[in-house]
Design a protein around this ligand. Sequence first.
Ligand SMILES: [Zn+2]
Length: 284
Amino acid sequence: MSWIDRAFPTTATPSDLVGRVLGLNPGMMTGPGTNTYLVGRRDPILIDTGAGVADYPALLARYLAERGWSQPSRIILTHRHADHLGGVSQLRARFRGIHVAKMLHRDPSLPESIHDLRDGQKIEGDGCTLIALYTPGHASDHLCYYLAEEKALFTGDVVLAGSTTVIPAADGDLLDYMNSLKRLQGLEVRRIYPAHGPVIEDGPARIQEYIDHRLMRERQILQALGDGLATIPAMVEKIYAEVPKTLHPMAAQSVESHLKKLARDGRVLESVVRDAPSRWLLVR
Ligand SMILES: [Zn+2]
């Protein structure tokens, strides 16, 4: 599957307890679009709301009707990024008074009034129990949800199908992210329902791939530093030589997040140079 797969079905029922409705927002960052999930036998809990695309509420309503449901019982969000939270207002307009919750964390200016959810909190639905898991790194407010009945994980943007996740420079943190992956690895997980792309049947294998991928990048960056490359652009040139130049700005973000992690680990030092890219040095 290519990342932006326009043939990706807009709705699906991957299990007795889980339905999927696509947010209809395909793109470079979202692949086929954001998956929103309906969990439970009746009165389903909706996980995420897409980006607020005009056609989404009608698609959701059509899928609900197909299942014999009138509306979601409540909405829970994985994190504050616009392609997950952007559909809240249109759904509130359609489903008056619906309860919306996410982990409130560094959220001074949410566009909506949203209830707080904390790590470990259980959300009970009809025939399903979701447990909120605080998993920062991609975003500082990120929750995954563990579906106990299936030993399945709704990973939001922590684990995706078909791409690695971005660690944004401002609010992301690679050390937190690696710790979040290790935390997920410690759970008994079968399936993963990612926020982008199809169901991942072998959850543990994918989590391990993600960890291995980051460790490989870290080795490449340490190698580049050892070879005397000291700036992010120089390291990107070398490490991402095979990758189209248009993707280099994203690659630069990734290298920066690795360098910040290595700095937190005490293995590199940043020296800020005025009007030029920072220089990074190995701690000997
Ligand atoms: Zn995100």
